[in-house]
Write a protein that binds this ligand. Structure first.
Ligand SMILES: Nc1ncnc2c1ncn2[C@@H]1O[C@H](COP(=O)(O)OP(=O)(O)OP(=O)(O)O)[C@@H](O)[C@H]1O
Length: 344
């Protein structure tokens, strides 16, 4: 069953159009993510969904009910939609329990607040004030507050942006688990590709107010429709290729295709950094390359290379489990399968 359905949605700020025909479907109980750079229209989209900004045209439906069709719109308080803002926006003078229970009927408040404190992993902290909590705990309270009235849709506006990297990854895992446990349909907006790929069932890439591509995180990462989507989702090496049967002919030799047949013949092959292998000695299909940059990232090394072979871009990015000193000579080879993108 469809939870949220956005059909050909247009929105503007004054006379400036910002959203140009957005189509987005989120099944009931699914987690969706809208990923895009600053200024592409993510917050405007969330504000239209929440009812704080009017649609200029198109439709927003929740469980089949029209919320906005460009002519009439349902008031935000009647939509059954919860919002978790970037900074949590808790009431500083109220306890955690009072923040979570704000707006709930008195008779149900106590039990529901207790339930939610357990759900977000903060049992026993109901009497604290927000300033007595860490940033991550405050965001969990904001999530609990948004979930308290059992919204039919939860909107999350870069809710982890202010947290450090480790806490951010941990909290988004917890939040995704909490939303799945409560069966809540949710839309998260972010400019962070790791967040999008790890959080959502469906990712929609928003570019200049248009959905460039939508699909599962796996589809978008491995089968982007163009080079811009490929790079929004993570580092990408794009090398000239020609499709021939089940293979792509490249400067690294023939590599198997992800989807044989349905590709342009002259194209770019997408190779993620993990598909490039570095060796001290030449192997089949390897190109000589000079190491021009190397960063240790804990789980691997990000190695920047200048290949010394025709048919390759000026710079390649590889992932290696061992360090390669800057200035050293190496050999780079590739493993498929590869996905082909149109050349321009
Ligand atoms: N209140 C406003 N009045 C006029 N223009 C606005 C207003 N709010 C946003 N805009 C413009 O609309 C466009 C989309 O802005 P929006 O805030 O939706 O983008 P965003 O993707 O959420 O960006 P960010 O990630 O930086 O928050 C931008 O060009 C922005 O300058």
């Amino acid at each position: 069953m469809t939870g949220l359905s956005v059909v050909d949605l247009h929105a503007a700020h004054g006379r400036s159009p910002v959203l140009h025909g957005i189509d987005l479907t989120v099944p009931d109980g699914a987690l969706a993510c809208v990923l895009g750079p600053s200024g592409c229209g993510k917050s405007t989209l969330l504000r239209v969904l929440a009812g704080f900004h009017p649609a200029a045209a198109g439709q927003v439906l929740l469980h089949g009910r029209v919320l906005d069709d460009g002519r009439s719109r349902l008031a935000p308080e009647h939509r059954g939609i919860g919002l978790v803002p970037q900074d949590g926006a808790l009431f500083p003078h109220l306890s955690v329990a009072a923040n979570i229970g704000f707006g709930l009927p008195r008779s149900r408040r106590r039990a529901r607040v207790g339930e939610l404190l357990d759900l977000v992993g903060l049992p026993g902290l109901g009497e604290r004030r927000p300033h007595q909590l860490s940033g991550g705990q405050q965001q969990r309270v904001a999530l609990a507050r948004a979930l308290a009235p059992r919204p039919r849709l939860l909107l999350l506006d870069e809710p982890f942006a202010a947290l450090d990297a480790t806490l951010r990854a941990e909290l988004r895992r917890e939040v995704a688990a909490t939303l799945r446990q409560s069966g809540t349909t949710a839309v998260l907006v972010t400019h962070d590709q790791d967040e999008a790929l790890s959080f959502a069932d469906t990712v929609a890439v928003l570019r200049d107010g248009r959905i460039a591509q939508a699909g599962t995180p796996h589809e978008l990462y491995h089968r982007p429709t163009d080079a811009a989507v490929a790079t929004v989702l993570g580092e990408a090496n794009l090398i000239p290729a020609e499709a021939k049967g089940v293979e792509a002919l490249t400067a690294f030799g023939p590599l198997p295709l992800v989807t044989p047949g349905a590709t342009p013949t002259a194209a770019l092959a997408l190779l993620r950094p993990g598909q490039l292998r570095l060796t001290a000695d030449p192997v089949d299909g390897a190109a000589p390359a000079k190491v021009i940059g190397s960063d240790f990232r804990g789980h691997d090394h990000r190695v920047e290379l200048r290949p010394e072979a025709p048919g390759l871009p000026d710079v390649l990015i590889a992932s290696s489990d061992r360090p390669w000193p800057v200035g050293s000579e190496t050999y780079v080879s590739a493993t498929g399968p590869v996905h082909l993108l149109p050349e321009s």
